[in-house]
Write a protein that binds this ligand. Structure first.
Ligand SMILES: Cc1cc2nc3c(=O)[nH]c(=O)nc-3n(C[C@H](O)[C@H](O)[C@H](O)COP(=O)(O)O)c2cc1C
Length: 161
C-alpha cells in the first residue's frame, strides 16, 4: 500500500503536482525532510522530483523506500526521446513519468538563476530554430501544471493501490 507522496521541489511546481496526487489518491504528502521523520524503511512511496541539468533532484535520498514510480518535473517539452534520456541519465528502474512543470525567474535565486541566464544567453546568441520555444520560456516564464499532464501517472498509481 502506498504510504505517501514524497517530493523535492525548488520553486513549487513539483509540490503542486505532489499535492494534486495526494488529493486524488488520498495519501499524505511529505517533502524529503518530513518523510525522514514520518516514514519507515521499505515503506511504499511515489516520488516526485524537479529536473536540474537532466538530473532528477532528491533521488539519492529515497533509497531506503520502496519507490513504486517516479515523476520528473521539468520545463522542457514532453518528448519520448527526452523522457528516455532522463531514464538513462538517472539510472532508473522504477516506472518514470514526465510532468511538465514551469519556470518562474522571480522564484529562482543564486547559482541556479545564473546558470539559467547563462543558458538563455547562449541559446539567444546561437538563435537555432529548434530552440525558439525554450528561449521564449526562458524569457517569459511558463506554467504547464495541469491534471491532464498528471493523468497517466495517476492511472498507474491507482492501479497499484
Ligand atoms: C538550473 C536549472 C536547470 C534546469 N534544468 C532543466 C533540465 O535539464 N530539464 C528540464 O526539463 N528542466 C530544467 N529546468 C527547469 C525546472 O526543472 C522547472 O522549472 C521545474 O518546473 C522546477 O520545478 P520546481 O518548481 O518544483 O522546483 C532547470 C531549471 C533550473 C533552475
Amino acid at each position: 500500500m502506498i504510504k505517501a507522496i514524497v517530493y523535492k521541489s525548488n520553486t513549487g511546481y513539483t509540490k503542486q503536482y505532489a499535492e494534486m496526487l495526494s488529493k486524488s489518491l488520498k495519501v499524505p504528502i511529505y517533502n524529503l525532510e518530513e518523510a525522514k521523520l514520518k516514514l519507515k524503511k521499505h515503506d511504499e512511496i511515489v516520488f516526485l522530483g524537479w529536473v536540474c541539468a537532466t538530473k532528477i533532484q532528491g533521488l539519492s535520498k529515497i533509497k531506503n523506500y520502496n519507490v513504486k514510480c517516479i515523476g520528473a518535473v521539468g520545463v522542457y517539452p514532453t518528448e519520448k526521446n527526452y523522457i528516455e534520456s532522463l531514464r538513462k541519465t538517472n539510472k532508473l528502474n522504477a516506472e518514470l513519468f514526465y510532468l511538465r512543470g514551469g519556470l518562474n525567474y522571480n522564484k529562482l535565486t543564486g547559482l541556479k538563476k545564473k546558470v539559467l541566464q547563462f543558458v538563455r544567453n547562449m541559446m539567444e546568441k546561437e538563435n537555432k530554430v529548434e530552440n525558439q520555444e525554450i528561449i521564449k520560456i526562458f524569457k517569459e516564464g511558463a506554467n504547464y501544471v495541469s491534471y491532464e499532464n498528471l493523468e497517466p501517472m495517476l492511472k498507474y498509481v491507482n492501479s497499484k493501490l
